[in-house]
Design a protein around this ligand. Structure first.
Ligand code: GDP
Ligand code: MG
Length: 439
């Protein structure tokens, strides 16, 4: 896949003392192949390679100490630039209700995203939202949105039988007006392939509603097809943004790189799961990191700042630096921080692959609670010195925590794994550990 191909490129360059015309050429050939394989559109690839080449040949790279890092840095920056550079927010500079029109093929994720967006806007921006469906062809589609609206406790506008999509849309806007909704999200019908009737319908909806946002919803798993669909929709409608869905799957990343270029419109959100909570503001830089296999370290750091008790973090860092061993008390503190940061699941897909797998061993928040329970059943001495934990002590602890002895053993195993990781961090720092993992 794209990530593997590119890390191959980095490895090749890592061993070399400096960048020459020839090895830049070689590396860029690899990058080009990798992008094409990931279904990035050819014109996009050409433009991308040209930019990277221009910059790689400049002084900034030749003066750099590690050419491999410099090139990957440029590839990273250019990727982020290709995807729009910075996150683009929704536009609300209009008289309420701000109308958001959802466009896209059937199955792209319009209905799901409508509900996710409603939840997001209510929770993050304190907006009062009304949801309405103009999918008059499939009663099940309307029912799907109604059920989602109920689930997220958001108002849903019920259409009357026999109303046309435009009639529903206008009635919903009237309703939103009267009931002081800040935002009206209009879900629409899609077809399996682009056809004129569908395009004409959404164009009419756009005409009568004059939405402040017209979002093109596209499935990231679609690869090259996503590019063609994006082109068709952006020619038919004045899009204001893109929502890239199903990024939680094994999408090859090509769509994210092409869609912005093809539509000329920013990717505003990413769909990262089937559940109503699975929507994130799209950050090009983080997406580039993800594609390059660096893990989403940035958002991890950000979350750490938000969720972690700063004092605890400082204490832990000091302890690691001083070389004092990492004990079960620290392990418990770490688990508690993990919970504050949104739980194991939220953390896992942001970590580089191997670290994520280590964290996966702890499975979920429920087992974190059990682990805490077990540690609480230990004496302070045992926590500081786990080597004390022989069979009879383990039995006492298991009984105290109401678990089986095997669970105590499993916990000690996980603790040892973490302890090893912490030792590595203390010795060589995070960067060294991550390099070691990727090499
Ligand atoms: P629509 O036809 O465009 O309205 O698409 P739907 O909203 O009905 O979504 C089609 C399918 O894709 C449903 O099974 C959704 O659960 C799923 N889906 C939508 N967005 C995502 C996402 O971000 N991740 C995953 N894994 N599935 C998604
Ligand atoms: Mg739908």
């Amino acid at each position: 896949n794209l990530t593997n191909r590119l890390s191959g490129v980095i490895k090749t360059l890592r061993g070399q003392a400096r960048l020459t015309e020839a090895n830049i050429q070689d590396a860029l050939r690899e990058v080009r192949m990798a992008l094409l394989e990931a279904d990035v559109a050819l014109p996009v690839v050409k433009d991308f390679i040209a930019h990277v080449k221009e910059r790689a040949q400049g002084q900034e790279v030749l003066a750099s100490l590690t050419p491999g890092q410099a090139v990957i840095g440029i590839v990273h920056q250019e990727m982020a630039r290709l995807m729009g550079g910075q996150n683009a927010a929704l536009n609300f500079t209009t008289l309420p209700p701000a109308v958001i029109l959802m466009a896209g093929l059937q199955g792209a994720g319009k209905t799901t995203t409508s509900a996710k967006l409603a939840k997001y806007l209510r929770e993050q921006m304190k907006k009062k939202v009304l949801l309405a469906s103009c999918d008059v062809y499939r009663p099940a589609a309307m029912e799907q949105l109604r059920a989602l609206a109920q689930q997220i406790e958001t108002d849903y506008f019920s259409a009357e039988a026999g109303q046309s999509p435009e009639q529903i849309a206008l009635a919903a806007r009237d309703y939103a007006d009267k009931h002081f909704h800040d935002v009206l999200i209009i879900d629409t019908a899609g077809r399996l392939a682009i056809d004129e009737a569908m395009m004409a319908e959404i164009q009419r909806l756009h005409e009568v509603l004059k939405p402040i946002e017209t979002l093109f919803v596209v499935d990231a798993m679609q690869g090259q097809d996503a590019v063609n669909t994006a082109k068709a929709f952006s020619e038919a409608l004045p899009l204001t943004g893109v929502v890239l869905t199903k990024l939680d799957g094994d999408a090859r990343g090509g769509a994210a790189l092409s869609v912005r270029q093809v539509t000329g419109k920013p990717i505003k959100f990413a769909g990262v799961g089937e559940k109503v909570g699975g929507l994130e503001a799209f950050h090009p830089e983080r997406m580039a990191s993800r594609i390059l296999g660096m893990g989403d370290v940035l958002s991890l750091i950000e979350e750490a700042h938000r969720g972690v008790d700063q004092e605890e973090a400082v204490k832990l860092a000091k302890k690691m630096k001083s070389g004092k061993s990492f004990d079960l008390e620290d392990f418990k503190a770490q688990l508690q921080q993990m919970k504050k940061m949104g739980g194991v699941a939220a953390l896992m897909d942001k970590l580089p692959a191997q670290m994520g797998q280590a964290a996966a061993g702890m499975a979920d928040d429920k087992s974190i609670n059990r682990i805490e329970g077990i540690i609480n059943s230990m004496t302070p001495g045992e926590r500081r010195n786990p080597a004390l934990l022989k069979a009879s002590r383990k039995r006492r602890i298991a009984a105290g925590a109401g678990v089986q002895v095997q669970e105590v053993n499993r916990l000690l195993n996980q603790f040892e794994q973490t302890q090893k990781m912490m030792k590595m961090v203390a010795k060589g720092g995070m960067a060294k550990m991550m390099r070691g993992m990727k090499g």
